[in-house]
Design a protein around this ligand. Structure first.
Ligand SMILES: C[S@@+](CC[C@H](N)C(=O)[O-])C[C@H]1O[C@@H](n2cnc3c(N)ncnc32)[C@H](O)[C@@H]1O
Length: 227
C-alpha cells in the first residue's frame, strides 16, 4: 500500500528540498512502483510515444515504469542530486545540455529539467499528459494556485493527467505533505481541467498512522481532463 511521506514541517524553501537530497533525507521516495499509477494511468488512454510531464519528480521509480510503457518522460526537479541518482541507480546513460538557460539531463526517451518550477520559460514542452505524484501536495496551499498556472504555462498542450495525494485532518498533523480532497482539487485545477475521483481509499491499517495520535489518511487519485 502507498505510504505517506513525512517531511520536516519547515520544508517550504527550495534550499530545504535541495539540502534534503544532499543529506540523503527523502522519506517520500518509494522503493517500488506506485500501484495506483499502474492501475489508473492506462485509463487515460495515451498512446505509446506520448510525452508525460512528471513535475517535482525527485528520483521516482515511476518514471521508469512510464518509460517501460513506451512513453517519453519529461521530469522537472530542483535537485541535481536527485536527478543524478535517478540515472546512476539504473545504470542509464545521460548527457547534459543547457536549454533556454535550464540544465536538462538527457537520456533515452527521458529528459529531466533541473529547475525551479516557478522560474522556467514558457512552453518548455509539448507534453500532453502529466503524472503528479506528491508534487502538488509537497507545496504549501499558498502556492497551489501558482503551481497549476505555472504547469500550464510550461506545458500548454497538457490534455490529461493524474494527481495523487493524501487526505487527512490538517489541524492535527502539519504538512508537508499537505492534505487535499477532491473538492479542493476541483477548485484549484478547475480553470483548466474537469476532475474525477478515481480513488479515495481510507487506509485503517497500522502503517497508515501518520503519527502517534493514530491519525488516519486516505490515498487519493484524481483524474484530470482538459476542459
Ligand atoms: C515530496 S517529493 C516527491 C518526489 C516524487 N514525485 C516522488 O513521488 O518520489 C517533492 C519533490 O519536489 C522537489 N521540489 C520542491 N520544490 C520544487 C520546485 N519549486 N521546483 C522543482 N522541484 C521542486 C523536491 O526536491 C522533491 O524531490
Amino acid at each position: 500500500m502507498v505510504r505517506a511521506f513525512v517531511a520536516p514541517s519547515a520544508m517550504t524553501e527550495n534550499q530545504d528540498w535541495e539540502e534534503a537530497w544532499e543529506y540523503g533525507f527523502f522519506a517520500w521516495h518509494r522503493p517500488s512502483w506506485n500501484p495506483s499509477l499502474l492501475r489508473f494511468f492506462p485509463l487515460l488512454n495515451h498512446d505509446a510515444g506520448t510525452k508525460v510531464l512528471v513535475p517535482l519528480c525527485g528520483k521516482s521509480r515511476d518514471m521508469e515504469w512510464l518509460l517501460r510503457q513506451g512513453y517519453q518522460v519529461v521530469g522537472l526537479e530542483i535537485s541535481g542530486a536527485a536527478i543524478e541518482d535517478f540515472f546512476r541507480e539504473r545504470g542509464l546513460e545521460y548527457s547534459k545540455t543547457i536549454r533556454s538557460g535550464v540544465t536538462v539531463w538527457l537520456g533515452d526517451n527521458i529528459e529531466i529539467w533541473e529547475a525551479d518550477l516557478f522560474a522556467l520559460p514558457d512552453a518548455m514542452t509539448d507534453a500532453t499528459a502529466f503524472y503528479d505524484c506528491g508534487a502538488f501536495i509537497a507545496l504549501p496551499p499558498a502556492q497551489h494556485g501558482a503551481y497549476v498556472e505555472n504547469l500550464m504555462r510550461l506545458a500548454p498542450q497538457l490534455q490529461s493527467g493524474l494527481v495523487m495525494g493524501l487526505e487527512y485532518d490538517q489541524s492535527l498533523v502539519a504538512g508537508p505533505p499537505w492534505s487535499i480532497n477532491p473538492e479542493y482539487v476541483r477548485e484549484k485545477w478547475g480553470s483548466w481541467f474537469e476532475s474525477a475521483e478515481l480513488e479515495r481509499d481510507w487506509d485503517s491499517s497500522e502503517s497508515a498512522r501518520m503519527n502517534d495520535k493514530g491519525e488516519r489518511y486516505a490515498h487519493l487519485t484524481i483524474r484530470l481532463d482538459r476542459r
